[in-house]
Ligand binder design. Structure first.
Ligand code: SF4
Ligand code: SF4
Length: 501
């Protein structure tokens, strides 16, 4: 169909004084941006294909390349902006739903950045984490609301199954199929070394990764891909995925082109067939139905594993969480509207859901008001970007955070936001063997361990500054938080005072 020519979004700037025509950029680019012009004897670029993944820039041996955002703009105004106009052109051309990846990029409020943390000064001295004990370990699972003594007078110490984490962070769900074997291997190895958990996502568990089971959350999503008894028993916890922050209310779709070899075997579906997860679980239409699945999974694993129920942060999240806390689930994971994804319809990603900060504060309050906070642990995700975000989340009531995008960045992701193409030049969101091998799991896992070790040190420093020496004492301690630039309603929902109060 006729195409409105749209000037490329990025420009390849090549310094010909430096370029030695070594063709590294040509070999490294899965999008075929670079080529040698035999006629002219110089490298040339097709900028219409560039996604600004920065692979060529990073590997050019002479620093001859840079990619810049084009300053050629359409005649935009405050209402009709560049991206909006381009999307209209694309849809008029294709008639298709627009697809994107990673999280919501819109300039909506990031509440983490409007919350500031307290520090001790005179009366309650800070704690030096290098010289004094500091506890970052957390246990996720149901906690008794009171201590009980047995007939012998001793306190009963038996708890329902718990997950132990050396710091309040887990790697969140990313399926084998949406990310590569080497990305999964990096996450599994790093989680094991760190004493935390990673998450299979909805793609099943590759046979090579069963050995990391103690550090694995195995997910059960609506498509039930790769779910069987051994799989359920392999993990340390089971997660029922009811929703995802990047695409609340809709299912998932991994194109048949990505269902090849081991991905097809692990998912237990034929090669080349699209992996479509329905929007609802076809056996869950109420909290009672959810309870049935929670207990079926517990039954299948001899009541030895905690069950997580993951939901997207949506308008009535507090009431939803209250129901889940009564369903027998041990942990609720809440995924905010900035959460990443390998592929989502752009309109859904950018317009559906609510910020996880608001959802967390509302859920924690509701569960405490109803006296059922101990029924479940709370895990939040959806763009937790730093140790400071983790500390703020815990102070707002979370027991732990899920991180995914930050983990992918540690593996080399440059946030080019084209995971759905399957041509990830960094070997992460791809199944192409030539691209997968670019990510070395030895290096990948070491970088993830470094990132989390750095975060753990920062968490200890921030807590020490507050005069707090354990995550347990920080959890739900909203007195440690102040808001800036927030209105009364926002402060009320977050349950915090304004700076200066
Ligand atoms: S990698 Fe750098 S030096 Fe090599 S051809 Fe490309 S731009 Fe030239
Ligand atoms: S994972 Fe790869 S394709 Fe996806 S945003 Fe990161 S660099 Fe781009």
């Amino acid at each position: 169909m006729g195409v409105e020519f749209i000037y490329p979004e990025f420009e390849v700037v090549r310094n010909y004084d430096r370029c030695i025509a070594c063709r590294v950029c040509e070999r490294q680019c899965a999008n075929d941006v670079h080529a040698l012009s035999v006629e002219r004897g110089v490298m040339i670029s097709d900028e219409t294909k560039c996604v600004d993944c920065q692979r060529c820039v990073s590997l050019c041996p002479t620093r001859a390349l840079k990619i810049v955002k084009s300053d050629c703009t359409l005649r935009e105004n405050a209402n009709w902006q560049n991206d909006t106009i381009k999307e209209i052109y694309k849809q008029a051309n294709s008639g298709s739903v627009l697809l994107s990846s990673m999280g919501n990029p819109k300039p909506l409020p990031v509440y983490w950045d409007k919350i500031l943390i307290n520090a001790s000064q005179v009366t309650n001295p800070p704690i030096d984490p290098l010289r004094e004990p500091m506890e970052t370990q957390v246990f996720l699972g149901k906690k008794p609301s009171q201590t009980e003594r047995g007939k012998d007078g001793k306190i009963k110490c038996e708890l329902p199954p718990q997950i132990s984490l050396s710091l309040p962070v887990m790697f969140s769900a990313m399926s084998y199929g949406s990310i590569s074997y080497n990305a999964h291997a990096s996450l599994a190895r790093a989680a094991t070394e760190l004493g935390i958990l990673y998450n299979t996502g909805e793609g099943g568990l590759h046979e090579d990764f069963y050995k990391y089971g103690k550090n694995t959350v195995v997910q059960v999503a609506s498509g039930r891909f790769g779910v069987h008894e051994d799989y359920l028993n392999a993990g340390a916890a089971i997660e029922i995925k009811m929703g995802q922050g990047a695409k609340p209310g809709i299912g998932g779709h991994l194109p048949g082109a990505k269902i090849v070899g081991d991905v097809s075997r692990t998912r237990m579906i034929p090669e080349g067939s699209d992996a479509i997860s329905p929007a609802p679980h076809h056996d869950i239409y109420s909290i009672e139905d959810l309870r049935q699945l929670v207990f079926s999974l517990k039954e299948a694993t001899q009541y030895k594993k905690p069950v997580i129920v993951k939901v997207a942060a949506v308008h009535n999240i507090a009431a939803i969480a209250s129901g889940i806390a009564r369903s027998g689930a041990d942990i609720i994971a809440i995924d905010g509207f900035r959460g990443g994804t390998g592929a989502a319809p752009t309109r859904i990603r950018d317009n559906v859901g609510i910020p996880v900060e608001m959802a967390l504060a509302a859920v924690d309050k509701r569960l405490r008001d109803e006296g059922i906070r101990g029924n479940v642990s709370l895990v939040v995700g959806g763009s937790v970007r730093s140790a400071a975000d983790v500390v703020k989340a815990v102070a707002l009531g979370a027991d732990a955070c899920y991180v995914a995008t930050a983990a992918l960045l540690a593996l080399g992701c440059h946030l080019c936001r084209t995971c759905q193409s399957g041509r990830c030049n960094w070997g992460i969101a791809t199944q192409r063997p030539d691209l997968v091998k670019r990510l070395n799991p030895d290096i990948g896992s070491a970088r993830l361990v470094n990132l989390m070790t750095a975060w753990r040190h920062e968490i200890m420093e921030i807590m020490g500054g507050m005069g707090i020496n354990s995550i347990e004492a920080l959890r739900g301690n909203r007195l440690m938080l102040r808001g800036v630039g927030l209105n009364e309603k926002e402060l009320e929902i977050l349950g915090i005072s304004h700076a200066g109060e």
